[in-house]
Design a protein around this ligand. Structure first.
Ligand SMILES: NC(=O)c1ccc[n+]([C@@H]2O[C@H](COP(=O)([O-])OP(=O)(O)OC[C@H]3O[C@@H](n4cnc5c(N)ncnc54)[C@H](O)[C@@H]3O)[C@@H](O)[C@H]2O)c1
Ligand SMILES: O=C[C@H](O)CS(=O)(=O)O
Length: 478
């Protein structure tokens, strides 16, 4: 069992007298590690170290060197992939095949960032477009911001951390990294890996602690220039209020809609949506939560979908055959079960699932639902999906948009005109056609509208959000 502490300027702080927090495997509740919590002095030291390193080292580091560090980190992660896979499964309870996919994607993020570091381009403005602007030249360059506070959730502890760390390094920023307190071990190993890849130690400082004690003062610290946060809507709202003048990126929750028109291939849509709704027990921000099916194919789809769902293997996340492991905690599984009970009281029907055993909830399909139920109106973040019939294109667009959230959606149809029409009108940050809402690649713009967030990730787009424009004008001798 590991005892780990914050890493500040390359030194680990895990002395005996500190308050600690145990990290437990959510499936068998075995303790997999203990963290020594950061104090307020540690947090302050971390920010000072990042601030100092930005001004004395990172600002002067050329793009090719930042690219090299990120490429070396990708190679190291690839070499140590299995250790990270085991760590994610141990601390998050993620089925091992999904942890493997997460690590593979993380290697790619580092490679994308390595390439992006060398492609942060500016612009030349045609100054003579303005009357009197003749004999002037206008240059737009992009500058690093300074210290980025990166705050991350438990559900993709490696991938979503790298969606902040890798672009921040590519852009030449320094980072104070506050990972989820439930999954800090992969964050700790990632920090060491980036230092081993050649990143100056003060360019990445790790602070381990709870949201209230460590995250909140990081958000408020005056020497932090940007907060990049991925997590829940309630915390996102607090950060928006407390961050002051800092730039912020908020990647928040969703209740993603998926729409299946009568001309779609039912088997394909049903097969993909089983993964889309139940991967990592639905604890994915773009998990398929609302499936709208056109009435002519509703019964056939529901039958096929229920059969496929019933074939999922439940069990130990370390078993390669396991599709569904535990939720992150027993409390979360209880909360999800209560939401099912609440919906049933209001008239919903459980087609399959709905049973809780400790922290595991069986994959649950609900029908007869309405928008006043929490399982529709809020983010379930659990293995619960609702299947809802619809008549017309106009009606389903209205249903799908009737949400405070707007992250990603899926549309299934063979009619390309309809697909584009619907995609254009859905109020979300991204739409997949003939693909599930849950699919994400790490090189496209990703982020939400409405209360799903502010700003975009996806390496190139995160780099844009982690730099700012600087204009330089030159008056030339005529
Ligand atoms: N849009 C996306 O890209 C995306 C991706 C993954 C997860 N999520 C969302 O994340 C949520 C699940 O993750 P979670 O349970 O870890 O989220 P969470 O909001 O509880 O915690 C996320 C992080 O915020 C920290 N935090 C908590 N309170 C804080 C405060 N007052 N100030 C600063 N930091 C604070 C936590 O310690 C943790 O590190 C879901 O809502 C999910 O949709 C969104
Ligand atoms: O949980 C939401 C994440 O954005 C999913 S992914 O890691 O980007 O696939």
């Amino acid at each position: 069992m590991m005892k780990i502490g914050s890493i500040i300027n390359g030194k680990e702080r895990n002395e005996q007298n500190r308050k600690t927090l145990d990290i437990n495997n959510p499936y068998n509740h075995e303790t997999v590690g203990t963290i020594a919590l950061a104090s307020s002095d540690d947090l302050n030291d971390a920010v000072e170290s990042s601030f100092d390193t930005f001004h004395h080292k990172m600002k002067a580091m050329p793009a090719h060197k930042r690219g090299d560090i990120l490429r070396k980190a990708a190679d190291l992660l690839e070499e140590n992939a299995d250790d990270f896979v085991q760590t994610i499964t141990a601390e998050a309870g993620k089925p091992i095949k999904h942890s493997q996919a997460e690590v593979q994607r993380s290697v790619q993020i580092l490679r994308f960032a390595s390439e992006q570091a060398k492609n942060i381009n500016g612009e030349v403005i045609p100054m003579d477009a303005a009357i009197g602007g003749e004999h002037r030249m206008g240059l737009v360059t992009r500058k690093a911001l300074g210290v980025v506070g990166a705050i991350t959730p438990f559900n993709f502890p490696l991938n979503l951390s790298l969606h902040k760390l890798a672009p921040a390094i590519a852009a030449g920023n320094t980072i104070v990294f506050k990972p989820a307190e439930k999954t800090p071990i992969s964050a700790y190993k990632l920090t060491k890996l980036l230092h081993n890849a050649g990143l100056p130690e003060g360019a990445l400082n790790l602070v381990l602690g709870t949201g209230e004690e460590t995250g909140d003062p990081l958000v408020k610290h005056e020497k932090v220039h940007k907060i990049s946060f991925t997590g829940s809507l309630p915390v996102g709202k607090i950060i928006q209020k407390t961050a002051g003048f800092k730039k912020i990126t908020l990647e928040l929750g969703s209740n993603s809609p998926n729409i299946i028109f009568e001309d779609a291939t039912i088997k394909e849509a049903a097969t993909e949506l089983v993964k889309g709704a139940f991967a990592f027990s639905g604890q994915v921000c773009i998990s398929a939560q609302r499936i709208y099916v056109q009435k002519a194919i509703y019964d056939t789809f529901l039958e096929e979908y229920t059969q496929l769902t019933n074939a999922l293997q439940l069990g130990d996340p370390f078993d390669v055959e396991t599709d569904i492991g535990p939720m992150i905690s027993e409390d979360e599984a209880k909360r999800a079960k209560q939401w099912i009970d609440d919906a049933v009281e209001k008239g919903a029907k459980i087609e399959t699932g709905g049973e809780r055993n400790g922290s595991t909830l069986t994959p649950t399909i609900m029908t007869n639902v309405d928008k006043n139920m929490k399982i529709i109106a809020e983010e379930v973040f659990a293995p619960i999906v609702s299947v809802i019939p619809f008549d017309t294109e106009e009606e389903v667009i209205e249903f799908a948009n009737d949400s405070i959230y707007g992250l990603q959606a899926g549309v299934f149809t063979k009619d390309i005109d309809r697909a584009i029409r619907v995609a254009d009108r859905l109020e979300v940050g991204g739409v997949w056609i003939n693909e599930i809402s849950t699919y994400r690649q790490d090189n496209h713009p990703y982020g939400g509208v409405k209360q799903s967030g502010i700003g975009r990730e996806g390496v190139k787009y995160a780099v844009e959000d982690m730099t700012e424009m600087k204009f330089i004008g030159i008056k030339l001798k005529g």
